[in-house]
Design a protein around this ligand. Structure first.
Ligand code: TGC
Ligand code: FAD
Length: 403
C-alpha cells in the first residue's frame, strides 16, 4: 500500500486504541464482521492515526488515501462484487464506517460520499453502461466522486433547488451552483441533482473537464480539516444525454441515497465517541493530581461511566438498525433516530473527554478537539439535528412540521 502521507511528518503519538464492548456486542457479530473490522482498525492505526493531526492542522486532504481506501475495500462495501464492490451486508458497512471515523470524521466523509452518495445512486438508478463505466473505478479508488444536492439558498430544503437543465436535443444544458460539497475540489465525477424544464429533480453525472464546470474550494473551515470541501459551479455545461440517471426521478431519489449515508454516520459517530472515551479513560488513569490519578475522583468516574453507558446504547442501536437494513425492514425515520442520537452522543462525549484531559485536551497531542470540531459538521450535514427531530415528529404525528 502507498504511504498516504509522503509530505507530512509522522506524529510521535502512538495509537493504542482499545474498543469498549461492555455488553459483549461482539457475540452478536459473525466471524467475517470481526475480521473486516479488525482489518480496517489495523489500517487506521497504521495509515491514518500517525498522520491525521498533521493533516487536520495543515488543512491537508491526503489524496493518496483514496487509492488506499480502494485497496482496503472501504468503497462500496455493499455494492455487488461484479461491479468491484464488496458484496457485504449492512453491518459490515457500518463497522467499516465506525472504524474509519474512529480515525477521523473527515476520512469517513470521503468514504461515505464515495460509497453511499456516488456508488449507491449509480448502482440503484444508473444504466448498465453507467454502472460498468464508473463503479469498478470508484470501488478501486482510481476515481473519486462527490454528491451535489445542497445549494447556497437551499440546505435543509433541497426541494427548493434552482440548479436546472434544459433538453437541447443532443445534450442537456446545466446551470446553477452547489455548495458545501465534500470531495468536490478533488472529485473526478459529481452526481448532481437538478430540475428539468417541468421542475422534476433528476440525477446527472458530471465529469471533471466538461466545459463550464468548476469546483472552487471552501477555505477557513474549523471542522473536517482533513476533508476537502467545495462548490460545484455549472455555467452552460453541456452534459451528454447518456449521463442522466434513468432509474428514478423526484426528490425521493437523492433522499434515498441520504438514508444510506445517514446509516453510515450513525455507526461512524460511535467510532468517534469510542476514541474520545478510550483516550479519556487512559488519561484519567495516568494523570496524577492531589497525589492520586484523576480517575480516582468520583466526578471523573461519573463522566467515564456516563460515556460508557451512552456508547453501549448507541452500539446496540447500530446493531439493530443494521439487522433491520439487512432484512429490508428499515425505515427512514429509524435511520434519523440513530443518526440524531449517535452524533449528539458523540459530541457530548467529546466535550466531557475534553474536560478530563484538562488543558491537554485542546492540543493535537490527543484526538479530542479534532473529533469535537469534526462532529460540529457531522451534526449539521446529512440533515441537521433539528431536521431529524422533525422527521421523527412527522413519523409520530403524521404531520410534517417542516413548512
Ligand atoms: P417530502 O415532500 O417529505 O419528500 C419528497 C419526496 O421524497 C420522499 N422521501 C424519501 N424517499 C426516500 N428516502 C427518504 N428518506 C425520503 N424522505 C422523503 C417522499 O416520500 C416524497 O416522495 P414523492 O414520491 O411523494 O415525491 O420532502 P420535503 O421537501 O418536505 O423535505 C423533507 C425533508 C426536510 C425531511 C428533506 O428535505 C430533508 O431530509 N432535508 C435535509 C437535507 C439533507 O439532509 N441534505 C443533505 C445533503 S448531502 C450531505 O450533507 C452530504 S455530507 C456527506 C459527508 O461528507 O459525509
Ligand atoms: P440551513 O438549512 O440554512 O439551516 C440553518 C438552521 O435552521 C439549522 O439549525 C436548521 O436545523 C434550521 N432549520 C432549517 N429549516 C428548519 C425547519 N423547517 N424547522 C426548524 N429548523 C429549521 N451537502 C451536499 O449536498 N453534499 C455534500 O457532500 C455535503 N457535504 C458537506 C460537508 C460539510 C463540511 C458541511 C458543513 C455541509 C455539507 N453539506 C453537503 C451540506 C449540508 O447537508 C447542509 O449544510 C445541511 O443540510 C444544512 O443546510 P444549511 O447549512 O444550508 O443550513
Amino acid at each position: 500500500m502507498n504511504n498516504a502521507s509522503s509530505t507530512i511528518q509522522k506524529s510521535a503519538a502512538q495509537d493504542e486504541f482499545q474498543s469498549p464492548d461492555f455488553y459483549l456486542i461482539d457475540d452478536l457479530l459473525g466471524e467475517e464482521h470481526k475480521m473486516i473490522r479488525g482489518a480496517i482498525r489495523d489500517f487506521v492505526k497504521k495509515e491514518i492515526s500517525p498522520y491525521i493531526e498533521d493533516w487536520a492542522q495543515q488543512n491537508h486532504f491526503p489524496r493518496n488515501i483514496v487509492k488506499s481506501f480502494g485497496e482496503m475495500g472501504v468503497f462500496g462495501p455493499t455494492i455487488p462484487q461484479a461491479y468491484g464492490g464488496g458484496g457485504m451486508d449492512a453491518i459490515s458497512y457500518g463497522l467499516i464506517m465506525q472504524e474509519v471515523e474512529r480515525g477521523d470524521s473527515g476520512m469517513r466523509s470521503t468514504a461515505s460520499v464515495q460509497s453511499s452518495l456516488v456508488m449507491f445512486p449509480i448502482h440503484e438508478f444508473g444504466s448498465d453502461v453507467q454502472k460498468e463505466k464508473y463503479l469498478p473505478r470508484l470501488a478501486s479508488g482510481e476515481i473519486l466522486g462527490c454528491f451535489g444536492l445542497t445549494e447556497p439558498d437551499h440546505g435543509s430544503n433541497p426541494g427548493g433547488m434552482t440548479t436546472h437543465f434544459e433538453d437541447k436535443g443532443g445534450y442537456y444544458l446545466l446551470n446553477g451552483a452547489k455548495m458545501w460539497i465534500s470531495n468536490a475540489p478533488e472529485a473526478d465525477i459529481a452526481v448532481v441533482w437538478a430540475k428539468n424544464e417541468e421542475g422534476r429533480v433528476h440525477g446527472l453525472i458530471v465529469e471533471r473537464g466538461m466545459e463550464g464546470f468548476t469546483t472552487p474550494e471552501t477555505h477557513n473551515k474549523w471542522s473536517l480539516r482533513a476533508s476537502s470541501t467545495g462548490e460545484l459551479v455549472f455555467a452552460d455545461v453541456k452534459v451528454p444525454k447518456e449521463n442522466i440517471l434513468p432509474g428514478r426521478s423526484g426528490l425521493g431519489a437523492p433522499l434515498k441515497c441520504l438514508d444510506k449515508a445517514r446509516y453510515g454516520i450513525a455507526w461512524g459517530a460511535v467510532g468517534a465517541a469510542m476514541d474520545c472515551y478510550d483516550s479519556a479513560r487512559r488519561y484519567a488513569l495516568e494523570r496524577i493530581q492531589f497525589e492520586k490519578p484523576i480517575a480516582a475522583f468520583q466526578l471523573t468516574q461519573k463522566k467515564l461511566s456516563e460515556m460508557l453507558t451512552e456508547i453501549t446504547k448507541a452500539q446496540l442501536l447500530c446493531w439493530r438498525l443494521g439487522k433491520l437494513m439487512d432484512e429490508g425492514k428499515v425505515t427512514s425515520a429509524q435511520i434519523s433516530l440513530a443518526k440524531r442520537n449517535n452524533v449528539e452522543m458523540a459530541l457530548d462525549i467529546a466535550r466531557e473527554a475534553r474536560q478530563i484531559h484538562g488543558g491537554m485536551g485542546i492540543t493535537g497531542e490527543y484526538p479530542i478537539m479534532r473529533h469535537m470540531m469534526n462532529l460540529e459538521s457531522v451534526i449539521t450535514y446529512e440533515g441537521t439535528h433539528d431536521i431529524h427531530l422533525l422527521i421523527l415528529g412527522h413519523e409520530i404525528t403524521g404531520i410534517p412540521a417542516f413548512k
